[in-house]
Structure formats: C-alpha cells, structure tokens
Write a protein that binds this ligand. Sequence first.
Ligand code: MOS
Length: 772
Amino acid sequence: MYENEPAFFETSPKPGVVGKPLDRVDGRDKVMGRAKYSAEYPLPGLTYGVLKTSDIAKGRIQRIDTSAAQKEPGVLAIYTHENLPKLAKTPNDPDGKKAIGAPMGFLPMTSDVVHYAGQPVALVVADTFERATHAARLVQVTYAAEQPIAAYTDPKAQLFNPEKIQDGKADGYTRRGDARAAMASAPVKMTAVYTHAINHHNPMEPGATTAIWEGPDRLTVYESTQGVTRTQKALSTMLGLPQDQVRVITKYLGGGFGCKGSCWPHTVLTVQAAKALGRPVKLVLTRQQQFTSMGHREDQTQTLSAGATQDGKLLALIHEKTATTSPWDNYTESNSKIINMLYECPTFESHYELGRANVMTSTFTRAPGEAPGSFAIECLMDDLAYKLGIDPIEIRLRNYAEKDPSTGQAWSSKGLRECYARGAELFGWSKRNPKAGQTRDGRTLVGWGMATASYPVHNSQGTARVRLYADGHAVVQSGATDLGTGTYTVMTQVAADSLGLPPEKIRFELGDTKLPTAPNSGGSVAAGTVSSSVYMAAQDVWERLTKMAIKDPKSPLFKAKPEEVVMEKGRLQLKKNASKGEDFKALMKRAGMDDIEGSGQGKYGAGYEAGQSTAAAGDAHKDEAAKHSMHSFGAHFCEVHVDPDLGTVRVKRWVSVHAAGRILNAKTARSQIIGGSIFGIGAALMEATARDPHYARYTNADLAEYHIPVNADIPEMTVEFIDEHDPFINAMGVKGIGEISMVGVSAAVANAVFHATGKRVRDLPITPDKIL
Ligand code: MOS
C-alpha cells in the first residue's frame, strides 16, 4: 500500500524514518484506553457542570427560577448572569474582542440578553453528571421573546458590505485590474450562483473543559482545544492574570476541524464556575449543545462570473459572497482568496455582503474559505469546459498559473501539473466519455469528475526543546496539539532522524503551555512549523556537542573546524573523513554530562537550505523567501453512480494526488487526505444543518439527523503524493495537508454528478431531490 513512499531529499536530516509509514506512536495507548482526553482526569473533589441553554433566539431573560433545581440532591451551585463572578475583560467590551482573541464578540451570562438559541443561560454544578443534568432540566427561565432573524436570506436581515471580513485579516473588497470591463468584452461569459448549507464540525470528542484553581490566581485547564497557547492567552486576558498563571493542557484530542481553534464561552463559564465554587469543575458539551457552542460553517451564497476566450482562457472573474454572520462579528470565510490565485486570469474582483442574524459567530471549518470557494471556481471551470468542448483537465492546463496571479509572486514550488497527470493516470481519465449523461452501468448513470485543490502555507512560527541523554534516548517537547492526525508520530520521526536515534528512543511531548510555544494545530501550520522547530532544536544540540568536541583534546575532532563536522546516526564526524569522529555518548561521558539541551525555532519562510545551522535563516534567504507565494496543490478525481429514478448518488471511486512539500509519514498523510476527502464528500452529498426560519433554532442538531458519510458511503480511496522539494517554506520543507484534503472535493463530486446526469447542482448538499 505504501510503495509510493516519498523520496527523501539529500539534505538534513539524513534519510531515516521520516516519510516512512510508521504506525502511530500513541496508537496503543488509544486503543488500550490509556490516552487521557480532557474530560478524563479523575481529580479529587471533581464536580460536574451542565449547561442550561436558551430556547429562544432573541429577547431577554425576565426571571430564572432555580428553586426546584437547588433542592435536588447533589446540587452544589447554579450560576446565572446574576451570580457569576465578573471577568477582568470580556469579549463584549468594544475593544475587548481583539485583545482577547476570542472568536465571538459576545459572552453569554454577562447580562439578561439572549442573542441566539442555544446560548447558555445557566450552569448547574453537582456531584455527578446525572444529577447536574437532571437539575439543569428543572431550572425555569422566563423570557421576553422577540422575533429573531434566522439568516441573511430573511427579508428583514439588513445586509451590509464589511470592510474587513474576519478580525481585520482579509479585505471585504478585492480588485485586480478592471474585471467589469474585461467581462463586458469577453467572447464567452458565464455566471452561476452557488449555495452552501450550514455545516457543523462534529468532532467525535465534543468540547470539554476541566478547570482547577489553586488559590485565587492559579488556574489549570484540561481543554479540548487545537491550541493550548491560544486558549491560555484568551483565558489570561479575560481573567486578568499573567499568562504563566494559566496552564492549559491538551494531551489528546478527538478531532476538531476548526471548531476547537478558539476559546469559546463554555470554557470561560466553566473556569468561572470552578473559581466561584472553589472546586474543580468538568463540563462536556452534549452533542446537541455542540451545534450551538463552537461555531459552524455559515450558510452562504456565492455568485461567480467568468469571462473567457473561445479557447477557454480566462479574462475576468467576479466573485460575490453573501452570508449570515452573528449580531456582533464580521466573520465569514474568505472564499475569494482561492478564486483569485488558482488560475491565470488578468482581472479579478470580489466583494462580500453579510447579514446579521440571531446565530452564534461562525468559525473556521476545515479549509475555511478554500472549501466553498473551490466549489464555485471548480464547478465553473467544469461548466466552461463543457460549454467550449474542452476536456476539464485541458482547460485547467490552459489557465495554469505559472506565478501567483493574486500577488504576482513566483511560487515557492508548485507540483500541480504532476498531480493532474498522475491523478488522471491512476483514475483512467483518458477513457472518459466527453459527453455528459451518456455513460451507464445497467440502469445506473455513471459520472466522472475532477477538481483542483490548493491551500496556502500560512505564516507561523513555533519553538521546540530537545533533551538528549548520554544513554542514547531523548525527550523532545513542543506545546503543539495532536488533533488525532499524527503529530506525536511525525514529530517522533523528525526527532529520530534529526538526532540520529531510532524512533523508539524518542519521547515526544506536546499539548501543555509549560512546553515551548507552538502554534494552533490549524490552518495546516502544525506539521511544518513544529517539525522545523524540532529539527532546529536538534541542530542546536549538535552545534553544542560539536563545540565541546573541538575543544576536547581527547576527542578525535579536537581542533576541527565546526563547519567540517557533521552528524551521522548519532556520531559526530568529519564531513570529508567519516572515520575521524566519535559517538555523542562517548563525548558526553568524558565530559561527565548526563544530558544536553537545545532549543530551536521553526519559522515560516526560513527555508530548508538555510535551516542547516541553528543560525536563523540569513537575510538574503528571507528576502528570497518573501518574494514567493507558498501553496500546496492537488487534484481529486471522482466516479459517482446515480440512480436515475431515486436520485441517489454513490461515490464509487476516488483518487487524490497532492504536492505538499515533504511528506513526514506516508501512512498518517494518506489517512489525513482520506479523512479530508470524506469530510468533503459529506459536505457535497449529505451535511446540512437546518435552521428554522421562524425560530432560528436548529432542527437536526444531532448525529441521527445531521448526516455524515459512514463506511458504506465511501469506496476504496487512492491517495498519492508528488515528491516535492520546496526550498523556501520552512526548515523541513513541509507544507501541511490538513486543510487541502478538503479543498475541491465537493466540486469533484458535483462535476461527476453533472457528467453522470447532465444536471448541474450548485446547491450543497446534492441530495436526491435536487437531482430528480
Ligand atoms: Mo483548521 S479549519 O484552522 O482547524
């Protein structure tokens, strides 16, 4: 299965276990039940918190009657907006949100105002979970309800054009050249409208917090988060505590997909309850509460227009997005970024329109922006291909961007052509019938579709620490998180090769703010940044040991020049004469050292050649890196079978080929791409949260009615990677694959459905009613 292991680049770390399909180092602990998740710490005096949430979506709380609940056995406290301790700073403060880094500019239970259904209105703490759950049901809330707005599609929703669409990170309006004029004179014009249902992340492990205070100003939180540091910053700001007095621990995570990328209200409320009660409090969201507690992918409409030549060359792209946002924030996914960079096109224009509704703030959902944005551009390219009678791969090659059209920068690397070619070969694309609705297997309609994927390498940096012991093992640490996708495993591999030790001699520790700071496991930054940090920290150790050796008259390397010394399988030796050197253990033993520590920083743009020494990437290299646009690329190929009478779509074959720099583990990477593709197939065919237009409440907030793919929905999937050496992105040449696996997936499915049926469905998910 892994015959396609990526080739190893010649430069450091030396070829070893990096890239190999190493089994998960944490796999055994997980299946044995030894891996502790954030709600699984049996602390002395632990109490159980359960949220009571609002049934109405807009209005005020008139009265909360807790008397019946208070009388129940085991109930320790009931917190509401009336008795919860005040915070030093809340996201409700006009300038508070940015300082706090909380995802939502509103914190529930700070007043009697209700802004969305499912908003926490009380937190019941009891000595058992069952008693807290029962008591929460007895809390009586009387509301003065008002008519809510459920979505931007509500005629009463006031639409506005935001200048910034997410915390000042992206422009609400982008313009490159004169797209309107180019469109007006284009020989071929197309416009289409794409809608996307509300999607919820639904990780297997719901949001969970265990908060323990030691005295009034020291807090430890076991939190189900994609980033311990970000949660630490948010909590310390809100509580008014120095950052180091808030410790956040996340040893294992049962998925996140973006919803655990920020610090949400239930975490803050649990921390406050624990403080008020003076006992540790654990709170786990129910599956239903998960739908109203940690964001979602917003309901949205995109209108995409393209102008092109008769031979399919793009001349203009105009993108408009309208979406629902919350009463306070301007968050919306920035769909237009990928549309602006994916193909060579001389002109581009995008703008956003948002409608405030009584919903919580939506948030990053796997490939935020790129996933729905790629649905629009990749369906449109397919339409253009059929209209002009050009093969869908051929039309993409005719518009192949040799540099990033959105910035004019050269790519740091781009293996997309190879992805198309290899994917087409694996899939058998050349046998495709160019006409839609013409291929059958018995009475079943058969369709083939493909789409391009891309995701940027985001600017990020992190740190790691290596402690190498003289007995030949090492502890390697970085405050990163493992979403379940393999951070423990790949960092063990990187540390092993960087230290010249076998992986079983490495213990990699993560998920604790006491460790060196690492970025969120989000935006596909963790693999590249943390692996580079680990590599640089190991380099720091070798540099220290080299300095010792060349000063040690007993060392064979005495008086050698540092630049002449290399590490080979734990041995320091002369580059030009391998026989002259010694094992690090001998060197350390002579010096009477039990261990030695090094630390290192993994930096965006601090490229791989420059990463040969612990010195930060030289300025020349940094300048060179800054001139480049850094993205991973890929291509998905899909075969669907459509029942012409029932309208059901079955995905029958799947091929994904990606070029994402160095692949750290052939097995976990393949699993990552499979997982992301299944996530995308879910969005394409099944996933939709229904928000009642009158009450603004979700009507299918559970996994019985919110449909996701199960094994029977997914065929055998073929995943490959293109060997790609990127000299600019980071010291390990790793681009990351968490997000890109989802990009283009729904378009590949929709394009296959069109090929099968001749019917273009632009409204996700593609349920049978839309096909018939
Ligand atoms: Mo990713 S959507 O930043 O977890």
